[in-house]
Design a protein around this ligand. Structure first.
Ligand SMILES: Cc1cc2nc3c(=O)[nH]c(=O)nc-3n(C[C@H](O)[C@H](O)[C@H](O)COP(=O)(O)OP(=O)(O)OC[C@H]3O[C@@H](n4cnc5c(N)ncnc54)[C@H](O)[C@@H]3O)c2cc1C
Length: 368
C-alpha cells in the first residue's frame, strides 16, 4: 500500500509535521530511528531516562519576543512556561590560580523562557495528537529511490529485517548533514545540493551538557543566580537548571572539544565539572545527589564526524534544498532548513509548517 506521505524523523520538526498532516486530512506515517521521540529534545529524570519534570539535556530555552511561530505553538498546546532564573549575581572564572569573581547580573534581553516539565513537554504533547498507528519507532530509513509514481523507502527495523515502504511524498525532518551522510538516494541528488547538505552544520551537535542535581538551590540562598562564565573550564557557560517544580540543578556547556571529550571519557569529565562547580559555588556543589551528562557529538542520530568541529550560524538563503527529479517528491523540514531561525526549536516549527503547506498543496488537500 502506498502512503500519501512518509515523514522521516520524530524530532520537533517531524512531530509538528505529523500534527499538521493529521489536521490536513493526509494519510501519513512517521518513522523514527530511535526508541523515543524528540530527537535533540531530551528531558531526563535523575536516572538519565526520558521523564516528566525532566532536566533538559538538549534545548532549554525559547525566546517568545522574537519567535512568534514557536510562541503560538506553545500557546495552542496549552503548555506552561517560566523564565530562566536570572535573579542574583553571576560568577566569572578568569584564571585557575585566582578565585571566581562575583558580579551583578545584567538584565536579560530578550528573556529566555523554559517549558514547565522540560522541553519534552512540547514533543510529548504533539505526539498525543498523532494517532499511534501512524508513529513507528526503531524504524531507521537507510535509502530512498524514485520508483514509478512515488518513492520507495528502505527501512531498517530493530524488530525485524529491512522493509520497503512506499510514499507519494516524503518529508525528511532531520538535519541535512545527517540526511546526506546516512540515507542513500537513487537516482543520486545533484552534487551541489549534496554539498550544501553536507556543509550545513547541525546546530549544537558538537556540544555536551553536564548537570548536577541538588537537594536545594543553595546558590540562590547565597544571592547567586547560578549563572557563571569560565575561561578555565571544563565548562565555559553555566546556568541554573532548577525545574518549574523546584528540583534544584545547575548545568553547564563543556568548552572541551568533542575529540578531547572522547579521549578523556565521561568519568574524568564529570569529576572535573564537579571540581569546577565547587570552585565557583562552594564545597556544597561538590556533592550533588546525582549528575547527568549528554555528549551530542557522539550520538550517531544527531551528529556525523564533521560535527566534532564547531560550526557557524546558518545563514538562510533563498536556494531550494532539493532540485532535479527529487524536487516533486521530497521536502526537507529539519530545523536547519528554516528560512527564518535555522537550527533553533522555532526553526523546526517554521520548517515543518512550510513543508506541510507545500505537501498539502501537492496533494490538493488545502494548505498554501
Ligand atoms: C545541547 C543542545 C542545546 C540546544 N539548545 C537550544 C535552545 O536552548 N533553544 C533552541 O531553540 N534550540 C536549541 N537547540 C537546538 C534544537 O534542539 C533543535 O533546533 C531542534 O530540536 C531540532 O529539531 P528537528 O526535529 O529539526 O531535528 P532533530 O531533533 O535532530 O530530529 C531529527 C529526528 O530524526 C531522527 N532520525 C535521524 N535519522 C533518521 C533516519 N535515518 N530514519 C528515521 N529517523 C531518523 C532522529 O532520531 C531524530 O529524532 C539545542 C540543541 C542541542 C543539542
Amino acid at each position: 500500500m502506498q502512503n500519501q506521505v512518509v515523514v522521516v524523523g520524530a524530532g520537533l520538526a517531524g512531530l509538528c509535521a505529523g500534527r499538521l498532516l493529521e489536521a490536513g486530512g493526509a494519510d501519513f506515517v512517521l518513522l523514527e530511528a530511535r526508541d523515543r521521540i524528540g530527537g535533540r529534545i531530551l528531558s531526563a529524570g535523575d536516572d538519565a531516562k526520558p521523564g516528566h519534570d525532566g532536566f533538559d539535556l538538549g534545548p532549554s530555552w525559547f525566546w517568545p519576543a522574537t519567535q512568534p511561530a514557536m510562541s503560538a505553538l506553545v500557546a495552542e498546546l496549552g503548555l506552561a512556561v517560566f523564565p530562566q532564573n536570572a535573579h542574583g549575581d553571576v560568577m566569572f572564572e578568569r584564571m585557575q590560580q585566582e578565585p571566581a569573581q562575583r558580579y551583578r547580573a545584567m538584565e536579560q534581553e530578550p528573556q529566555s523562557m523554559r517549558l514547565a516539565g522540560g522541553t519534552a513537554m512540547l514533543t510529548q504533547t504533539l505526539a498525543h495528537v498523532i494517532p499511534s498507528r501512524r508513529l513507528f519507532m526503531n524504524a531507521r530509513v537507510t535509502a530512498m529511490s524514485l520508483d514509478g509514481d512515488g518513492v520507495a523507502l528502505t527501512v531498517a527495523r530493530t524488530d525485524g529485517g529491512p522493509e520497503k515502504i512506499m510514499a507519494d511524498q516524503v518529508i525528511a525532518a532531520l538535519p541535512p548533514r545527517l540526511l546526506e551522510a546516512t540515507i542513500s538516494f537513487t537516482p543520486a541528488l545533484d552534487k551541489v545540493v549534496l554539498r550544501r547538505w553536507r556543509d550545513t552544520p547541525t546546530w549544537m551537535a558538537p556540544h555536551a551538557k553536564f548537570f548536577a542535581l541538588y537537594d536545594r538551590s543553595f546558590w540562590r540562598e547565597a544571592g547567586l543566580s547560578g549563572a557563571a562564565q569560565s575561561m578555565v573550564g571544563p565548562m565555559t557557560e553555566i546556568h541554573d537548571a532548577t525545574t518549574a517544580s523546584g528540583a534544584a540543578a545547575i548545568f553547564g556547556f563543556l568548552g572541551v572539544g568533542a575529540a578531547q571529550r572522547a579521549a578523556l571519557g565521561e568519568a574524568a569529565l564529570v569529576a572535573a565539572c564537579l571540581d569546577q562547580l565547587a570552585r565557583i559555588f562552594g564545597k556544597e556543589a561538590r556533592t550533588p545527589r546525582a549528575t547527568l551528562f549528554k555528549d551530542w557529538a557522539s550520538d550517531p542520530l544527531t551528529a556525523v564526524p564533521a560535527d566534532a568541529a564547531l560550526g557557524n550560524h546558518i545563514v538562510p538563503d533563498g536556494r531550494a534544498w532539493v532540485t532535479g527529479p527529487w524536487r516533486e517528491r521530497l521536502v526537507l523540514a529539519g530545523s536547519e532548513t528554516s528560512s527564518t531561525v535555522p537550527g533553533y526549536l522555532a526553526g523546526a516549527v517554521e520548517a515543518a509548517e512550510r513543508a506541510v503547506a507545500e505537501i498539502l498543496h501537492r496533494l490538493r488537500l488545502g494548505g498554501a
